[in-house]
Write a new protein. Structure first.
Length: 449
């Protein structure tokens, strides 16, 4: 779509971005950007100002919809070029080959751990070995959404979930000795733990287990999760709820109900009493309802307003699932936050914020309360862009729950100057709200799906 740049604002993309791979957008190069059809539970909140029959966007908001020009000799940014395709093919083929080698090693490590602990053969099984590597399509989607601006080499060197495994450990007091025995086998064979062990054994979490990243002797990065039989079964049983929870286009109530359903199943299965002893030296990660709400403040604002309009409370909804504000870790301090803001800002970080508290943000997402109201700083295009797809991808990924945090407008302004290197200040609230209104006008006119 055509859009005119306001004087004094740098909105034209450069050929290359230099910042975070996390917010590499996928702008279309057709005359009109095409966004996916509405998914489960999504509804259009209306068309502020009515449709624009002329198709000419109001100035200045229309610039946020303008597709970036293709620099001469540069590939369309919405798909990999030949070099990038070759990189993705190489990553996929290496992952496929490495997954077989690593799986064979892990089978030997778990067998040795079983013998050392006096456990029956098969007590430490590998789960879902058929899903041990990411598909070529999934790698490409991840690259286009996260790794594009960082470059092919950086993506190939840092992608850590192209190979992944789950090793089931015993319940109760046998969990920690089994974990230590497997970790010792990995270390003795030259497998290096990357970072720390992420401990999700915390009362009130929506999933339970330990997550790790290792580097194999040949350099391959891969994930290993350590569930128990019970936590593994519950995770699979709640997968349908998880798909709703991560769907940024789903209705806020549907997503919150999905979270409460997961918490209810965990409680019914006795997970609160199944946390293994002996894990005190691993700081537990927070994957609770309150944590999830805290990093989805725009969703919470919309839902809080809906509850009040309908004469309901969050406690009423929680009670439907047999939970209490205590057992669900209900976010009391967020209950009326929606009154203060119409816009919300989320800072994105390269690494876990708790593990690396001194790092600077590498990206920024701007959110409104309405349907698909999402804007980002697009590092590749070097401009602020309306991009609900990329924003939704990041907001829906559980690993980003630990790599983002809500910030207020004044801090968002500072972050904007940081990530744009001082070239493009944060758009004004009036500009942002008009851009979101324009998205509804274009959708009503049929120029946005």
């Amino acid at each position: 779509m055509e859009g005119r740049t306001a004087p004094g604002r740098r909105l034209d993309p450069s050929a290359e971005g230099e910042e975070s791979p996390e917010l590499a957008a996928r702008p279309d190069t057709e005359p009109q950007p095409h966004l996916p059809a509405q998914q489960v539970g999504g509804t259009d909140p209306g068309t502020p100002g009515g449709p624009n029959p002329s198709g000419t966007p109001p100035n200045p908001a229309g610039r946020f919809f303008a597709p970036p020009p293709e620099p001469s000799g540069q590939p369309a940014p919405s798909r990999p070029d030949g070099y990038e395709d070759a990189m993705l093919d190489d990553v996929y083929e290496r992952a496929l080959a490495a997954s077989d080698r690593v799986m064979a090693d892990l089978a030997g490590f778990t067998a040795a751990a079983e013998r050392a602990l006096g456990l029956p053969e098969g007590s430490l099984p590998l789960r879902d070995p058929d899903h041990r590597f990411k598909s070529r399509e999934s790698l490409e989607r991840k690259y286009l959404s996260e790794g594009r601006v960082g470059g092919p080499e950086q993506f190939a060197a840092t992608v850590n979930d192209s190979v992944r495994f789950s090793i089931q450990l015993p319940d109760g007091a046998d969990y920690r000795p089994a974990l230590d025995a497997v970790m010792d086998q990995l270390a003795a064979a030259g497998y290096q733990l990357q970072g720390k062990i992420n401990n999700f054994w915390r009362a009130g979490n929506r999933f339970y287990g330990m997550n790790t990243t290792f580097r194999a002797p040949d350099g391959t990065l891969f994930e290993v999760q350590f569930p128990t039989q019970r936590s593994y079964d519950i995770w699979h049983a709640t997968h349908g709820d998880y798909e709703i929870l991560r769907d940024d286009d789903a209705e806020p109530e549907a997503r919150i109900r999905a979270m409460l359903s997961m918490l209810r199943l965990n409680r019914q299965a006795g997970m609160l009493d199944a946390i293994p002893p002996g894990l005190d030296d691993f700081e537990p990660k927070d994957a609770s309802f309150a944590k999830w709400i805290s990093v989805h403040d725009a969703l919470w604002a919309t839902f809080s307003q809906q509850l009040e309009a309908e004469g309901r409370t969050l406690d009423d909804l929680i009670a439907e699932y047999g939970l209490t504000p205590q057992t669900s870790r209900s976010p009391q301090r967020w209950r009326h936050a929606w009154r203060k803001w119409m816009l919300f800002y989320t800072a994105i970080y390269r690494q876990d914020i708790e593990d690396f508290p001194d790092q600077e943000p590498v990206g920024l997402i701007i959110l409104g309360k309405g349907y698909r109201e999402r804007m980002i700083w697009d590092h590749r295009a070097q401009s602020w862009r309306y991009d609900p797809e990329t924003a939704g991808y990041i907001l829906g990924r559980e690993d980003y729950d630990f790599r983002r945090r809500p910030v207020k407008r004044d801090e968002a302004e500072r972050i904007a100057m940081l990530i744009t290197k001082g070239t493009d200040p944060l758009p004004s609230e009036e500009e942002i709200l008009e851009a979101f209104a324009e998205s509804h006008r274009r959708r009503a006119a049929g120029t946005l799906d």
